[in-house]
Design a protein around this ligand. Structure first.
Ligand SMILES: [Zn+2]
Ligand SMILES: [Zn+2]
Length: 718
């Protein structure tokens, strides 16, 4: 703002001074060069003169300060500037009016603490407004004066509500945004939209708007003050062509700001305007120690040890203070594209020589400022010619020669590196189980080698085989890389013994891809498993196979099988068999299943009716099957008749003897016949016999044993 003040002062000298003084004044005096004031008995403070009302402060009170409580209103005629604190604490002032169209600047805190001030008119010519101008006034306290969270007077935006959130849309028609207009408690504003009517954005106007991700500055805006948008959260920014001034630190510390477009109109650019941004931190935006944005040169890093700079050809504008105070600098070469030199660009660079082209603006600038300069050739380089010097690894160079001075310029010839010309791979070192191997190939041009690792060999899974069993189902587990294995009954230690007692041999082919195999053994007892591996080694495993075995009890026509836990089926058929399959085909085959006849019993009695050889197969759920063969023989007594006396012998297991007169074929017929007699085993005498004495007639006897053997005899007594 200082720069503006000096500009205005120049204007001031051309403006004729005019003022009038009323009678009936309470007090009067001056308040600046060519500026007078009067206070009348009605409480009207009138200020005349078209110049500057002085700046005041706590130790520099305005001349009406002693009368400040008498002031009911102030009328400012034609003043150009209202100085700082000018009307501070005029607590009875109700009205402030600016007359005329000259007022350009309102200083900081000008009406601070004017608690009765409710009517304000500042006109429409103000260009700069300081901070806290209306703090503590009735105008500010009146909610009716706030629009969308913003306090306006005429076309001035003075202040933005502490708690404003969301989009901040400055009212169209606004011309000035006061210094420190926004001073958020905890920024919740997400975007700031400055309309085309705004000319000047004050210092710190949107300072610390840390939630703002979008700033739209319309074409029309001219000045952006110091720190106006520092610490904003924006990532890109476009400065319209109308902007002529961007002051120092204006967008500094906007950490996400990576993308910046500055319009063509800027002639005063603070070198720190974008310090602390992502753009500033991106090396791609720097060239030979200088930060550029478009055709603007912003910043230099002489502090990093650079002592001479060559400004990039095409640069148009140098920032304010761009090289100032870089006391170690010895030269800066300026291209003839530069047309705007920043304020103080080369101030206090004592050892500087400007290098410039003949006839350039830079030369004129150096002459005008008495800076030593040196004319350099504005080279006219011809075509680049490849120097044919690339290697396997590096690009070659290409060179061009200046037609004017003969200087040669050599640059890298991109993409000319030859790359290696490798031969075939060979195995330098084989991989092992513990170390990777190595393959190599060699370049026939540079002898450079390329190597490639051969992965370490995978260790084969070494797992010990083991046995498990379910009854006679014997499973051998974890069979890796075997040739075959043998199972033998008994406890053996040598291959020969196992072979001699072998139950079965299982080959690798039978296993297929499986690593375990189950075989159903014919018998219980200790078994030995002998495993042979492909590498010639072997393993010996032993186990005892246990499980239920049937018990058989024979009683004449009956066979009782017991120990039937976990039984599946009992089969029987007449004849001698050693396989279930053959038994099933026999005509006399019978089966008794765990789910049927046997259910719930641990023993089962098989009844035969005829004599003969039978086979019984007892099959358990684990696959164990026991075959049992025996001869069924019906129990039969000895019978002797001697006239009317009949004697029966061999009566072990007798159930009873029935007889009756007549001829019968079944025991029940005998039982039902008239005069039927039943003799119990208790009648057996000491000789083991039963003797019956009969009357004359024909009788039928039935001798019945406990195995359901029935023996019929027809006996006649004459
Ligand atoms: Zn040259
Ligand atoms: Zn090579």
């Amino acid at each position: 703002m200082k720069r503006l003040l000096s500009a205005i002062l120049v204007v001031l000298m051309l403006v004729p001074m005019a003022f009038t003084v009323d009678a009936a004044n309470v007090a009067q005096g001056t308040c600046g060069e060519g500026m007078t004031w009067t206070l009348d008995d009605m409480g009207t403070l009138s200020i005349h003169g078209s110049g500057i009302i002085d700046n005041y402060g706590l130790w520099n009170e305005p001349p009406w300060y002693d009368y400040r409580l008498n002031v009911k209103q102030v009328i400012i005629y034609d003043a150009l500037v209202i100085g700082t604190n000018a009307f501070r604490d005029c607590t009875n002032m109700e009205k402030a009016t600016v007359v005329g169209s000259n007022l350009a600047i309102i200083g900081d805190e000008a009406f601070w603490g004017c608690s009765s001030l409710s009517q304000v008119h500042f006109g429409n010519t103000v260009q700069y407004v300081g901070s806290s101008v209306l703090t503590g006034t009735a105008y500010r306290a009146n909610p009716a004066n706030w629009v969308d969270g913003m306090l306006y007077v005429n076309n001035i935006l003075f202040e933005i509500d502490y708690y404003k959130s969301g989009a901040l849309n400055v009212r169209q028609g606004t011309q000035v945004i006061a210094d420190y207009a926004a001073d958020f408690y905890n920024c919740q504003v997400t975007s700031i939209n400055i309309p085309s009517s705004v000319k000047n954005i004050g210092d710190n106007a949107f300072h610390n708007c840390t939630a703002v991700t979008e700033i739209n500055i319309a074409e029309g805006v001219q000045t952006i003050g110091e720190y106006a948008f520092d610490e904003a959260a924006i990532s890109s920014l476009t400065i319209p062509n109308s902007v002529t001034t961007i002051e120092s630190w204006a967008f500094s510390d906007a950490k996400n700001l990576a993308d910046i477009h500055i319009g063509t109109g800027v002639t005063s650019l603070g070198k720190t305007a974008f310090s602390g941004t992502a753009y500033y931190d991106d090396d791609a935006n720097w060239d030979n120690g200088m930060l550029y944005c478009g055709d603007y040169m912003l910043y230099e890093r002489s502090s990093w040890g650079y002592d001479n700079f060559v400004i990039k050809d095409g640069t148009r504008v140098l920032s304010d203070d761009s090289f100032s105070n870089s006391t170690g600098l010895t030269s800066v070469q300026i291209p003839d594209t530069v047309t705007v030199f920043g304020n103080r660009s080369f101030d206090n660079v004592p050892n500087l020589t400007i290098k410039c082209y003949e006839g350039s603006l830079a030369k004129a600038y150096a002459e005008m400022r008495s800076i030593p300069y040196e004319i350099v050739c504005k080279h006219q380089f011809g075509e680049y010619v490849y120097d044919n010097n690339a290697t396997c690894y590096y690009n070659g160079t290409k060179s061009a020669t200046c037609a004017l001075c003969g200087e040669k310029k050599t640059v890298e010839a991109e993409g000319t590196a030859l790359g290696h010309n490798y031969g075939e791979w060979w195995v330098e070192k084989e991989a092992t189980y513990t170390e990777p191997g190595l393959m190599l190939r060699r370049c026939d041009r540079c002898a450079g080698c390329e190597e490639k690792e051969i992965p370490m060999l995978e260790m084969p899974v070494v797992k010990e085989p083991y046995l498990s069993s379910y009854g006679v189902q014997l499973t051998v587990h974890d069979l890796y890389d075997i040739k075959d294995y043998f199972i033998a009954e008994g406890d053996w230690n040598t291959y020969r013994e196992v072979k001699n007692n072998m139950v079965v041999s299982i080959g690798a082919a039978k296993l297929g891809k499986n690593t375990e195999y189950t075989y159903i053994l014919p018998h219980h007892g200790v078994h030995t498993v002998y495993i042979r591996y492909n590498d010639g080694s072997y393993k010996l495993l032993k186990t005892e196979i246990t499980g239920a075995e049937p018990e058989f009890a024979i009683n004449g026509l009956q066979l009782t099988v017991s120990e039937l836990d976990d039984i599946k089926v009992i089969r029987t058929a007449y004849g001698e068999f050693d396989s279930v399959g053959a038994m099933k085909k026999a005509a006399t085959h019978r089966a008794f299943t765990a789910k049927g006849n046997i259910k719930g019993n641990n023993s089962y009695k098989i009844q035969y009716r005829e004599n003969g050889v039978v086979t019984v197969a007892v099959c358990y759920n684990d696959g164990y099957t026991e075959f049992y063969t025996y001869e069924v023989v019906q129990k039969t007594p000895t019978v002797e008749q001697s006239r009317n006396i009949v004697t029966f012998g061999d009566l072990d297991g007798l159930y009873n003897i029935r007889y009756a007169k007549g001829v019968y074929t079944t025991a029940s017929q005998i039982k039902a016949a008239p005069g039927s007699v039943a003799i119990k085993p208790s009648k057996i005498d000491e000789n083991g016999n039963i003797t019956v004495t009969l009357a004359t007639g024909t009788y039928t006897f039935c001798v019945q044993y406990d195995d359901e053997s029935y023996n019929y005899y027809v006996i006649t007594v004459e």
